[in-house]
Design a protein around this ligand. Structure first.
Ligand code: CAA
Ligand code: NAD
Length: 286
């Protein structure tokens, strides 16, 4: 396998956009694909805004920002990822959609390319199995939101992941300024197994009238030194994504205690997904 020079990203949403931005800033030639042109336009606008802010804050020069922007290309055809040394998938947290994509990638890409998934909870082995003969090149590379700020990448091997793929993935995470920490392939890995029950409990506390949402968040911020309360954090992650993760954990860990609170599901069914729809637990209209 070659050393990684070109990073492909599938999904230009909040995670894919952040991964692409950090890859570009870190000097990697970066190719971003999304099936929706609208997502690409939104992602480009956010990159421009964040790069301008970095220049304004003197974290980089205008020249460095321009060079980073230049390194990030946007495409609307999956075939355009053929020149990437690694493809990092960051699409919706849905096993059927991800396995369909990996089955397709396995037939399109060369046997030199690493296929990484940014899944929050889904079994890496299941996703890898969908990739057939490419299963040994599939790995979990779990970034955190917001990607430009958060230091962690949780690295998860599937049953078939080959050691060379793990080594190169860790090296890429480090070259992107991140700290790679291993976790085993169990639903939700470590991060969401610990985080989601706290978020879910905050919804139960709200549903049962223990306190108002803003007070639940204030208590966790001021009493536990969390940078954001659990309800605002759920809005930030996306309430739909939180429900998907909890469903995967309830099924995968075979335990109903991980099942999402009815209140978070109700907000999702009303289209209140959090920051991305400007309304979730809280309103973000302004
Ligand atoms: N992209 C890039 N930079 C961002 C950003 C973004 N989306 N959001 C905030 N920042 C930067 C800001 O630019 C700012 O830096 P400068 O002022 O130097 O420019 C810095 O972060 C702080 O931002 P703010 O002052 O606006 O706000 P803040 O101090 O409240 O920090 C926060 C914002 C970093 C998001 C902070 O509230 C925080 O750490 N929250 C918790 C986030 C968290 O827990 N993430 C993990 C989610 S779980 C997950 O990711 C895994 C999963 O599978 C679901
Ligand atoms: P998002 O909804 O912001 O973005 C998903 C993007 O994928 C959208 O732009 C959508 O158009 C695109 N997409 C959907 N299906 C596609 C397909 N078949 N082909 C190409 N593009 C497709 O979601 P997100 O929050 O960025 O989450 C993406 C992944 O990252 C999920 O697996 C999620 O669990 C994981 N994750 C999310 C967070 C978080 O805090 N939101 C943190 C870590 C990991």
């Amino acid at each position: 396998m070659h050393s990684i020079k070109t990073v492909g990203v599938i999904g230009a949403g909040q995670m894919g956009g952040g991964i692409a931005q950090v890859a570009g800033i870190s000097g990697f030639s970066t190719i971003v694909y999304d099936q929706y042109d609208q997502a690409i336009t939104k992602c480009q606008a956010l990159h421009d805004k964040l790069l301008a802010r970095a220049v304004q804050k003197e974290r980089m020069t205008q020249q460095e920002a321009d060079a980073a922007k230049e390194r990030i290309g946007f495409v609307s055809n999956l075939d355009d990822l053929a020149s990437a040394d690694i493809v990092i998938e960051a699409i919706v947290e849905n096993e059927a959609v991800k396995t369909e994509l990996f089955a397709k990638l396995a037939t399109m890409l060369t046997d030199q390319q690493i296929l990484a998934t940014n899944t929050s909870s889904i079994s890496i082995t299941t996703i890898a199995t969908a990739a057939g003969a490419a299963a040994d090149r599939v790995i979990g590379m779990h970034f955190f939101n917001p990607v430009p700020v958060m230091k962690l990448v949780e690295v998860i091997n599937g049953l078939a992941t080959c050691p060379e793929v793990t080594k190169r993935t860790i090296a890429l995470a480090e070259a992107m300024g991140k700290v790679a920490v291993p976790a085993n392939d169990r639903a939700g890995f470590v991060s969401n197994r610990v985080l989601m029950p706290m978020i879910n409990e905050a919804f139960y506390a709200w549903m049962e009238g223990v306190a108002e949402p803003e007070h639940i968040d204030q208590i966790m911020m001021l009493g536990m030194a969390h940078p954001m309360g659990p309800l605002r954090l759920a809005d930030f992650i996306g309430l739909d994504t939180c429900v998907h993760i909890m469903d995967v954990m309830a099924e995968g860990l075979n335990n109903e205690r991980y099942r999402a609170c009815p209140l978070i599901k109700q907000l999702v069914s009303a289209g209140r997904l959090g920051n991305k729809t400007r309304r979730g637990v809280f309103s973000y209209e302004k």
